[in-house]
Design a protein around this ligand. Structure first.
Ligand SMILES: [Zn+2]
Length: 178
């Protein structure tokens, strides 16, 4: 490592810490930008997210070499499968997924944004194109549900009524392992 590279890296880390104190790591794939505070959380998320037989087979074919690569490949596969389940393929779908350490942390983010107390393990913010998810509560169905909301939101030019939005998310959740 030469003398110039080190200060540049240090400055990068410092800037990242100033801009996103809670989310210092950010990775992108075809469909997602993933943010998380530390590696431990990323590893835990990867351990929690079992894909089921069919999607796991597709994952093996992609052969990711790192945990980071595996997590991004898993989320992309869930999104692709959810599109097939809903038969909706919106153009240029790209969302943000933020990993949080607990359901309390998810509720805190929600409360800060909307001023309401809710007991959520995950939610999709329509205005931010972002899924917030509690890592200890992560399951394939939970992620699929929120991804369902994201796809529905991108597919329709006029947003469907809340109940229909929710029904389609539930449908995605139910059929993600088909
Ligand atoms: Zn929902």
């Amino acid at each position: 490592m030469n003398k110039i590279v080190l200060p540049v890296i240090c400055l990068g880390i410092l800037l990242c810490a100033l801009v996103h104190p809670a989310f210092c790591a950010e990775e992108s794939s075809r469909y997602v930008t993933l943010r998380y505070s530390d590696r431990k959380l990323l590893n835990a998320f990867n351990d929690q997210l079992f894909l089921g037989k069919r999607l796991a087979y597709s994952l093996r074919k992609k052969n990711p070499l790192t945990v980071r690569g595996e997590v991004l490949a898993k989320i992309d596969l869930v999104i692709e499968k959810a599109e097939v389940v809903l038969d909706m393929f919106p153009d240029n779908l790209h969302i943000t997924v933020i990993l949080l350490p607990s359901s309390e942390a998810v509720s805190r983010v929600y409360k800060k944004k909307y001023g309401k107390n809710v007991d959520n393990i995950a939610y999709y913010s329509l205005s931010e194109d972002t899924i917030y998810i509690s890592v200890p509560d992560t399951r394939l169905q939970v992620l699929a549900h929120e991804v369902g909301h994201a796809i529905v939101d991108h597919y329709f030019k006029i947003r469907p009524p809340y109940t229909i939005h929710e029904l389609m998310a539930q449908f995605t959740e139910k059929h993600i392992t088909d």
